[in-house]
Design a protein around this ligand. Structure first.
Ligand code: ZN
Length: 545
């Protein structure tokens, strides 16, 4: 409740500063016939959109909590996609479902003409990350079930809020432009975006505005501290036999998996420091008394650029072949389960976004929000339990001087096809491990709700900039063509024979969904998800663990 009192004045502060000195209105004195003139009403639009988004607070919170409660893994975002597209259709968007051969993917569209701006964010969650929101220690809603331990429940609610608020203004003032909305399906598997590109989903898009949860609000341009990757499954085929009665008649596919892993771990010492590689064994056989006739190992090979990713991948393929020879089994044709280009963001769009971030600023956190954050940081033995961020980062982040590697996001593929940025918005707590139950704790609490509202305002204002200042789109493409892609040309990592790995996670969701259904958020009965789960906010330990 406190939150409302805090945030409304902040929004007014935003609108006041906008009305005060928007430099872009000066150039608007040009004659109306000038083709690339800034719309003179831009400052007013931004003011209106801030108020509009404040009025949508409850709607936004409901979307955020609803998606949190669905907790669906990559390629199985069935309820999430049904729910989000339903909202968009009710609000006048046309939705094309199943794009790029992915059942849970879609492209929603509203408006007409140029520019075409595509707003995206991921929607999948993390295995075994089920967690009660607002509770500052590990306390799953359902033990072993998936959950939003990456905060992907918040990004599309943010984009939808921004899009609907901007749509109102565009309708009112008859502005030209097309708004697209699309979900990052199976981002944790790097599973969809290269296929979107291959299917031509971004062909006529002028700018892609992506949003990803963070612990502060920022944006960057140029090469980021991250890796691209290829995700490959190696399947081996041997011969079963009685493990004790006639082991010499068997050929173990699991042997090949283990030999490949051992080989890889020896080679690891001699790989570039930027690489990250890791694997799991999705199939290691059935039971010990049967020589495993088939087995599989699944690798992520991460590197900083396309040639190095290909090189790492080739080394993996060689290891797999060698391991199959040692074990006397067959290596089946490899499966690419996902891929991602390294991310490179657009300078012009990042600068535009950063100006809006500074206008909107960070949310006002309540004592309860800070209490939850500090208690969780303490729980995780974080030496500096500093709570939530109260200051924006020092400035717009430019290209990294030396990319020493890190995570990946297949937004990279889109960023090499269309001018793109990723807006990070402050819906999570700083200092968490990532891909973990801890990262789910804030995601259906006032921390997430406030962060989403702040992010939606930035996204909406940037959208209005792009619609009202055609020269920005031109400049963004100039950077894209003359700087970003001058020497580096996009080449998909997925091979012609690869198709989206839509079977992944199905068995896990089939196992947990019936139980999870009991906990789906019901906004007709509860104001928010915390209330439905009967959680006191915040719930922190009163005694040491
Ligand atoms: Zn993510």
């Amino acid at each position: 409740m406190h939150a409302r009192h805090f945030i409304i004045p902040a929004a007014f502060a935003v609108t006041v500063s906008l009305a005060a000195a928007p430099p872009q209105t000066k150039s608007s004195v040009k004659p109306a016939a000038a083709p690339a003139a800034t719309n003179p009403k831009l400052a007013q639009y931004k003011k209106d959109v801030g108020a509009e988004i404040d009025a949508m607070r409850e709607f936004t919170q409901q979307m955020n909590d609803q998606v949190f409660s669905f907790g669906e893994l990559g390629f199985q975002e069935i309820e999430t996609s049904k729910y989000l597209t339903g909202i968009l259709e009710k609000n006048g968007f046309t939705v094309e479902r199943g794009i790029a051969g992915i059942p849970t993917a879609w492209m929603a569209s509203w408006g007409s003409g140029k520019p075409v701006i595509a707003l995206g964010s991921d929607i999948d969650c993390i295995p075994q990350a089920s967690q009660k929101p607002g509770v500052a220690y590990h306390d799953p809603i359902i033990e072993g079930a998936p959950g939003h331990g990456e905060g992907h429940n918040s990004g599309m609610p943010l984009n939808i809020t921004a899009a609907l608020a901007v749509k109102k203004i565009m309708e009112r003032d008859h502005l030209s432009g097309t708004i697209r909305l699309w979900p990052g399906v199976a981002e944790e598997l790097l599973g969809s975006k290269a296929y979107y590109v291959r299917a031509g989903a971004f062909k006529d898009v002028d700018v892609a505005l992506f949003a990803h949860v963070g612990a502060n609000m920022n944006v960057s341009w140029g090469d980021s501290m991250s890796n691209g990757l290829v995700s490959v499954q190696y399947d081996f085929k041997g011969e079963s036999a009685h493990s004790a009665g006639a082991p010499w008649r068997g050929r173990s596919a699991l042997d090949a998996v283990e030999l490949m892993d051992v080989g890889w771990n020896f080679r690891r010492e001699h790989l570039r420091i930027q690489q990250r590689s890791h694997y799991v064994i999705p199939n290691g056989g059935d039971q010990p008394n049967v020589v495993p006739p088939n087995a599989s190992v699944w690798y992520y090979f991460r590197e900083t650029d396309y040639p190095h990713i290909k090189e790492l991948w080739e080394t993996g393929d060689t290891m797999a072949k060698a391991a199959s020879m040692m074990a006397g089994v067959d290596l089946l044709p490899t499966k690419v389960l996902g891929s991602a280009w390294p991310q490179h963001f657009n300078k012009v769009v990042a600068e535009t976004t950063w100006a809006n971030i500074q206008k909107v600023g960070l949310p006002q956190w309540s004592d309860e929000d800070q209490q939850l954050a500090k208690a969780l940081q303490k729980e995780l033995k974080n030496p500096r339990a500093e709570g939530l961020r109260t200051k924006l980062s020092d400035g717009l982040q430019g290209p990294v001087r030396e990319n020493t590697g890190g995570g990946s996001d297949d937004i990279g593929d889109i960023s090499w096809n269309v001018p793109t940025v990723t807006l990070r918005y402050p819906s999570n707590i700083p200092g968490l491990p990532g891909h973990n139950w801890a990262n789910a704790i804030s995601m259906a609490t006032p921390i997430a709700h406030k962060g989403v509202i702040a992010g939606a305002k930035v996204q909406a204002m940037t959208l209005l900039d792009l619609v009202s200042r055609p020269e920005l789109v031109e400049q963004a493409w100039k950077y894209f063509k003359d700087v970003q892609t001058k020497e580096t040309k996009y080449e998909a990592l997925i091979r012609p024979q690869d198709t989206p790995a839509i079977w992944l996670n199905k068995a896990t969701m089939d196992k947990y969904r019936p139980e999870m259904k009991k906990y789906y958020y019901d906004p007709s009965r509860f104001k928010n998800y915390l209330e439905q789960l009967n959680i006191k906010y915040p719930t922190v330990r009163t005694t040491a663990p």
